[in-house]
Design a binder for this molecule. Sequence first.
Ligand code: SF4
Length: 415
Amino acid sequence: MTIFEDALKGITTLEMLQVAENEKINSKKVVKNISKGRIAIMKRDNFNPVGIGFPLRTKINVNLGTSSSTINIDEEFKKVEIAQKYGADTISDLSMGGDIDAIRRNILSISNLPLTTVPIYQAIIEADSASNVSEDLIFKVVEKQIKDGISSIVVHSGFTLETLNLMKGKRIMKIVSKGGSLTASIMKSAHMENPFLKNFEQLLELIKEHDIVINLGNAMRSGCIHDKVDGFQLAELKTNAKLAKTANKFGVQVILESLGGHIIAKDIINYVKLYKKLTNNRPLFVSGPLPIDTATGYDHIAAAIGGSFASGFGADYICAITPAEHLCLPSLEDIKEGLIACKIAAHVGDSMKFGLNHLFANDLELSKNRFSRNWKKQFEYCIDPTEPEKRHPVSEEMCSMCGAHCALSMSKKIL
Ligand code: SF4
């Protein structure tokens, strides 16, 4: 039986108990919300499972992996270490260069986080070109990746050939999802229908066998704020909402990627609410969203602002965007900066979702220690404890911002 099937029968599995304990919520609530499709658990043998959905802490994913033009495998492995060290909940291996099988297996061997892949990336590399990709190859790659022990796969199953034909000339940025454009290239060059949509039940059987999560990708996300959330995105969302129901009927857990890309801030709340309504509150994964287009070089900041709104209004899982977004493969420092920005966004989002609950215990302790100017303790409660020390050595009592006129020390004396 899968986790979803167990939950439907009211059975509490070890993974559900672990998620309830990690999140400090009642395990019955976890079981019930899984059975309704509102929580999905990403698991890996012998490691802590990660629950994604309401009412759980907003989770964070870090993308890493080689590209077809930049292959520095050791650096990608160091990114895994950074993701773990600074608190990512999951990682995604998006490798398209080098020995993709070996990279994935190595990542699994050095990390304890749930791992997601996008099998179409490897299928297109193995086939050499989009026109050579067959459905048989796609399914072989999916099976190979699942058997290696990944926790979830992303498929861009929510659009058809007809959608692609309708899009011509209508959008400034066309398709900006890599998995979506690869899938679209295969469909156009081979004149075939979306292979994941066409064979969705066959795919579910494979996924169910290994009880991993299916993540329904957001191929039609808007690539600039002037493309807005249009009919293509909404059609994909409706298709994915139907596919999510089918997946749950098969006993497979689902996460839907949506509302990623670029959306102006004032529209984020409406679209998150619409998403939750159309999907019966299923877990929502967003990349960004970027609320402006002109933050290039600082897109991690723009994404953190969009991500905090999205998570605050209901998104459950957000993807770290780095300062290298739109520019190049991120460096180690970029991965760290993107992850920390995303953690800040998720924490802000959680304060909007839940108010000051147990997730904000560190904020309280930090403030108490800030007031007493216990620098060492104060820094221990920071999201990134390594950064403050670079500016203020804990051995120095005086802070150079106000020097002798420190408001905290004056108010401590007079109040
Ligand atoms: S010196 Fe100023 S900035 Fe520094 S701790 Fe005191 S009040 Fe805060």
